[in-house]
Design a protein around this ligand. Structure first.
Ligand SMILES: NC(=O)c1ccc[n+]([C@@H]2O[C@H](COP(=O)([O-])OP(=O)(O)OC[C@H]3O[C@@H](n4cnc5c(N)ncnc54)[C@H](O)[C@@H]3O)[C@@H](O)[C@H]2O)c1
Ligand SMILES: O=c1ccn([C@@H]2O[C@H](COP(=O)(O)OP(=O)(O)O[C@H]3OC[C@](O)(CO)[C@H]3O)[C@@H](O)[C@H]2O)c(=O)[nH]1
Length: 385
């Protein structure tokens, strides 16, 4: 049956230049595009471990529709040609793990602003559509975070719900270098918006609200550096796999809303295949129904992991650590991230489906199946004297 868009028009096959295709989101987006659409993908990245299963063997039903181009967009002359050959560019490339923002602020700013400049330029100059991945972190802190702790206004959604076309961007002081990332993302958003307003660039900006699922980041010492500090899902998974206490930064009081990667990818496919509805818009993509404190997230993950692995919960399941100890100088945090869903509902009719418990059950099942054996071997190995 011919595939149609939200307005009933037939969807024509397009070519997509996906930068950062080898990452967590990119790998799920490539899977979706290969399994469910006729589109062609140029997958650009420095790594392809997470999409190898899509690239070989040649007998795969979509063979020929996805090609991998190993390149670093910081200095590769092939970039412009690939953007010109495609109908749409999707830019996912970024340093996007908070442990890097205050410890590698220059790399973070270059990655999230400077390196994105040629992508925007090539799209604008060649009249190519751009879907650019920003972050919910551009909102920074809520207005409510500055109210007295006992103020009743903290319960008023006007003080914490984050809305694309109304909410301000509120970051900490310059010494709080955590905000190097969010500020770089804000400025590239403003540049893209300006290219749209002044030069007619057809753009869509995506603000993901903590998308989680299989293949997110890495497990330190197994498929990433032992000293690496990934995002919270991988940190907590690593602790659970090793039977260690989960570390709650500053007591785990920050709140987040988590959305299942597979729900979020549906939203991205709607943006890809409904340009008339997506162009010129900034979209929150998250699940406002899945809000927890980090401490609550830890408690749910401990409970789910015990069910999935059959292992007993350790006597000390969590410990509190200071942000200075865990991240170093210059850390700061977002207090709360609840996405307003008005615009994405109106433009694309999208809503998330998966509860936090269900997404954690499927994700921790994947983590345990993928890593438990390797972790056991590492733990069993005598420490080199
Ligand atoms: N996952 C989330 O919940 C989330 C939340 C907010 C924002 N985002 C944004 O979404 C995008 C993708 O995030 P992700 O979670 O998939 O991260 P990820 O780190 O898994 O993927 C990023 C990919 O970009 C590649 N990359 C980085 N710099 C590159 C360069 N110079 N040249 C070529 N490739 C390069 C990396 O190798 C990696 O494969 C990022 O822009 C991130 O800021 C993600
Ligand atoms: O072992 C840990 C690890 C983290 N925390 C706390 O969990 C909160 C979430 O941290 P994290 O997943 O690393 O990332 P953030 O949500 O802060 O920011 C990300 O969200 C979007 C994105 O742009 C890309 O994914 C990125 O900036 C936080 O409060 C940590 O302190 C913990 O307690 N223990």
């Amino acid at each position: 049956m011919a595939r149609v868009d939200l307005d009933g028009n037939p969807i024509k096959p397009i070519t997509i230049c996906m930068i950062g295709a080898g990452g967590f989101i990119g790998s799920h987006l490539c899977e979706k595009l290969m399994h469910e659409t006729p589109h062609t993908v140029f997958a650009l990245d420095v790594y392809n471990d997470k999409i190898k299963h899509l690239l070989e063997p040649d007998s795969l039903p979509w063979a020929g529709r996805i090609t991998f181009h190993r390149l670093n967009i910081k200095h590769d002359s092939r970039l412009e040609g690939l953007i010109k050959m495609a109908d749409l560019t999707i830019n996912l490339a970024a340093i996007c793990t908070p442990a890097d923002y205050n410890t590698r602020p220059l790399d973070t700013i270059y990655s999230n602003f400077i390196d994105a400049l040629p992508v925007v330029k090539y799209c604008s100059e060649n009249n190519k559509r751009l879907i650019h991945f920003s972050t919910c972190e551009v909102y920074g802190k809520t207005i409510g975070a500055f109210l007295p702790k006992d103020s009743p206004l903290r319960k008023d959604p006007a003080y914490y719900v984050l809305k694309e076309d109304e909410s301000p961007c509120i970051f900490g002081s310059i010494e709080k270098q955590r905000w190097s990332y969010a500020c770089a993302k804000q400025l590239i958003e403003r540049l893209i918006y300006g290219e749209g307003a002044e030069n007619g660039l057809e753009f869509t900006i995506v603000r993901p609200f903590n998308w989680i699922g299989p293949r997110m980041d890495f497990i330190p010492g197994i498929d990433g550096p032992s000293e690496g500090v990934p995002r919270v899902l991988a940190c907590f998974s690593n602790n659970l796999l090793r039977g260690e206490p989960l570390k709650l930064v500053d007591g785990g009081q920050s709140q987040r809303t988590f959305v299942y990667i597979k729900d979020a990818i549906e939203a991205v496919l709607l943006m890809i295949e409904n340009p008339a509805r997506a162009n010129g818009h900034i979209f929150n993509v998250g699940n406002p129904n899945n809000e927890v404190t980090v401490r609550q997230l830890a408690e749910i993950m401990i409970q789910v992991y015990s069910k999935v692995s059959g292992e007993k919960t350790p006597a000390t399941p969590t410990i509190d650590v200071s942000s200075k100890e865990f991240y170093g100088e210059g850390y700061d945090d977002s207090d709360k991230r609840i996405p307003d869903m008005t615009i994405i509902n109106k433009q694309l009719g999208w809503n998330p489906k998966t509860s936090l418990f269900d997404l954690l059950e499927s994700t921790l099942t994947y983590q345990h199946k993928t890593y438990a054996e390797a972790i056991k071997k590492v733990i069993a190995k005598p420490v080199a004297s």
